[in-house]
Design a protein. Structure first.
Lengths: 111, 113
């Protein structure tokens, strides 16, 4: 059974950092493009970042230079390092390969 | 960036009646490999998104056959042939042809009339 389980969300002050994790089971993440997608309160879906099979990284413009996506093939896990966080980064963050999605982890940026 | 525009944004439907959601892209979604990477997702209240259809019309495993997709180029449609209570939620189209970034439509909220 395929599962994606996110963790690492929480409350952080503006300018702070968080590292999200996504543990995958039932498939090998390095054989898929893997993504982080976020959903601000009451809003729609926004693609944030991806890491492709060849390990190339892509980001939406608003997070470039602040967020870093990575994966650990041995752990079959995906990560999102988020630095210089802003209030507008507040959202539920989902890990996905688009076929499958995790349950999401809440990130709240507030003083 | 490719802009995805859905309509309507709110869709009240009577149980058993059909529902149609339109999705238009700001440029053609036909890829150089000949595929069209236009996908549809459903997000039920309080749940994570779930993909229903990929590459315009291919149903994902476990998706009822009352869901179908059509279209080409820049104009696409999701059809639910007979709406059931479990179909309540928000529906998103997403393009995966011209990335980064992958872009979603604004979402269409389906409710039972």
């Amino acid at each position: 059974e395929v599962q994606l389980v996110e963790s690492g969300g929480g409350l952080v002050q503006p300018g702070g950092s968080l590292r999200l994790s996504c543990a995958a089971s039932g498939f090998i993440i390095s054989t898929y493009g893997m993504h982080w997608v976020r959903q601000a309160p009451g809003r729609g879906l926004e693609w944030v970042a991806s890491i492709e099979q060849d390990a190339s990284e892509n980001y939406v413009g608003s997070v470039k230079g602040r967020f870093t996506i990575s994966r650990d093939n041995a752990e079959n896990s995906l990560y999102l390092q988020m630095n210089s966080l802003r209030a507008e980064d507040t959202a539920v963050y989902y890990c996905a390969n688009f076929d499958y999605w995790g349950q999401g982890t809440q990130v709240t940026v507030s003083s | 960036d490719v802009e995805m525009t859905q309509s309507p944004l709110s869709l009240p439907v009577t149980l058993g009646q059909p529902a149609f959601i339109s999705c238009k892209s700001s440029q053609s979604l036909v890829s150089g490999d000949g595929n069209t990477y236009l996908h549809w997702f459903q997000q039920r209240p309080g749940q994570s998104p779930r993909r229903l259809l990929y590459n315009v019309f291919n149903r994902d495993s476990g998706v009822p056959d009352r869901f179908s997709g059509s279209g080409s180029g820049t104009d696409f449609t999701l059809k639910i042939s007979r709406v059931e209570a479990e179909d309540v939620g928000v529906y998103y189209c997403m393009q995966g042809t011209h990335w980064p970034p992958y872009t979603f439509g604004q979402g269409t909220k389906l409710e039972i009339k």
